[in-house]
Design a protein around this ligand. Structure first.
Ligand SMILES: Cc1cc2nc3c(=O)[nH]c(=O)nc-3n(C[C@H](O)[C@H](O)[C@H](O)COP(=O)(O)OP(=O)(O)OC[C@H]3O[C@@H](n4cnc5c(N)ncnc54)[C@H](O)[C@@H]3O)c2cc1C
Length: 397
């Protein structure tokens, strides 16, 4: 038995491309990268250069880029089919999803010049826009407290500060960096005065852009970044100065939908592995899946995953209609990350001791899935969002 991708019953997009066509294009690429490819990268700490190149060549990374800039002109709905499929096949979509939502920020808020100069190159796979540099060690979740500054000097901006958890910073040509350009006009609106910059790090002096890798429990390439008098041209500013947080939130809603779909993909992978093993493994003279202590946790997790998936489509469609989907995107992400983690545990438990054996691959995916309840937004912060913005209860901070 193999669970269906949720795209199977979905309809045609406004551009005339069906979700099934997008899924088939994604499958054509993922079929060339079996689980053994990711197992090997996990063992060696390698970076999936070949996979990214291949996926970009197939146009999968540029799904959300308007056709006039070399993309497919589709929405996050279609993009999420790709990231789900990558995770469904045992891989990791983070390298692609970062690029997808950052291109989305440029497409929605960048200048015409930036779109022609950068978006077309990224969409063609010639320039890598892989990193998003927001989080800082002393600000953490409270982005309003970031201290990285960008100061105007003539026709340049000079960036100084320290970031942490800037994923893929060593594997990108450009990053989007959030920096403060002025104090907020109204202290009650602390996000005012933050700006987004499109920073080209090709050929920069390494002293001005220093990286230190952070080792984490799975094969993820994430870095501390030190910006030391890094000079960028004035056309690096995205949109209006001081409004960067607004652009960021818009992009983050797209990222939440993509993360949701990655969790859905993980969840389906865990269900398939668990069900297969539960049907095959015979102990005490019968299949272990005949014991409700084994089957119920898988069935319960599957039900939770399907519910999360329904909300994922709603959030994606609202985002693509340019509606405020903050509540839906956050809730979908929380539910999907919890459901996939529930299934990760059920899958591990179903496999008994073999769940811990490297050769079964369960432990790699178990380690990889845990991050989704922490980053890019923690479960607590989603609950804060629902409490304050949806249910109008008092702020806790
Ligand atoms: C693998 C990985 C990759 C990442 N990639 C990127 C990236 O590419 N770019 C980037 O900018 N950032 C990235 N991040 C950062 C990520 O977004 C942050 O880790 C996350 O926002 C939380 O910040 P923090 O780790 O400093 O936790 P903290 O803010 O210190 O919070 C610690 C804990 O306290 C809880 N908490 C804090 N305040 C409250 C409150 N008011 N109510 C309830 N609970 C609260 C949080 O939920 C959390 O569980 C990445 C992180 C990881 C782990």
């Amino acid at each position: 038995m193999s669970t269906q991708n949720s795209t199977a019953t979905s309809s045609t997009s406004s551009s005339g491309v069906t979700l099934d066509e997008v899924l088939q294009a994604a499958k054509a690429v993922t079929s060339r990268y079996p689980e053994s490819y990711y197992d090997e990268l996990d063992r060696t700490g390698g970076y999936p250069h070949e996979f990214i190149k291949d996926a970009m060549a197939a146009g999968l990374g540029a799904i959300m880029v308007p056709a006039e800039y070399g993309g497919m002109g589709l929405g996050v709905r279609e993009a999420s089919v790709v990231t789900e499929e990558i995770h469904r096949s045992g891989g990791s979509g983070s390298m692609l999803h970062g690029q997808m939502f950052m291109m989305g920020i440029l497409a929605r808020h960048g200048s015409e010049e930036q779109k022609r100069r950068v978006l077309t190159e990224v969409a063609a796979g010639r320039v890598r826009l892989q990193s998003f540099s927001v989080t800082e060690p002393n600000a953490g979740t409270d982005t309003s407290k970031i201290t990285t500054r960008a100061t105007r000097e003539g026709n340049q901006w000079v960036i100084n500060g320290q970031k942490v958890w800037t994923s893929r910073a060593a594997h990108t040509d450009m990053l989007i960096v959030l920096a403060r350009t002025r104090p907020p006009k109204d202290p009650a609106k602390p996000f005012d005065g933050l700006s987004c910059f499109l920073v080209d790090v090709r050929g920069v002096d390494p002293k001005q852009f220093q990286l230190r890798k952070i080792d984490v429990i799975f094969n993820h390439h994430t870095y501390e970044v030190f910006y030391d008098n890094l000079r960028v041209p004035e056309n690096a500013l995205i949109g209006e100065e001081g409004k960067g947080f607004k652009y960021l939130l818009d992009g983050l809603n797209a990222e939440r939908v993509l993360i949701t779909s990655e969790c859905i993909g993980d969840g389906r992978w865990f269900v398939d592995k668990a069900v297969k093993y539960a049907n095959e493994r015979v102990i005490f003279g019968k299949q272990i899946g005949a014991n409700q202590g084994v089957s119920f946790p898988i069935a319960r997790g599957y039900a939770h995953l399907e519910a999360a998936d329904a909300l994922r489509w709603k959030a994606a469609e609202m985002f693509d209609r340019h509606e405020n989907c903050g509540a839906e995107a956050n809730m979908a992400k929380m539910l999907a990350s919890e459901a996939s983690w529930e299934l990760a545990n059920a899958c591990m438990q179903t496999h008994g001791g073999f769940g811990l054996a490297r050769e079964y691959g369960i432990e790699r995916r178990f380690r990889e899935n845990r991050v989704f309840q922490i980053a890019p937004i923690s479960t607590n912060m989603v609950l804060n969002y629902i409490s304050q913005h949806v249910l109008k209860m008092p702020r806790s901070y």
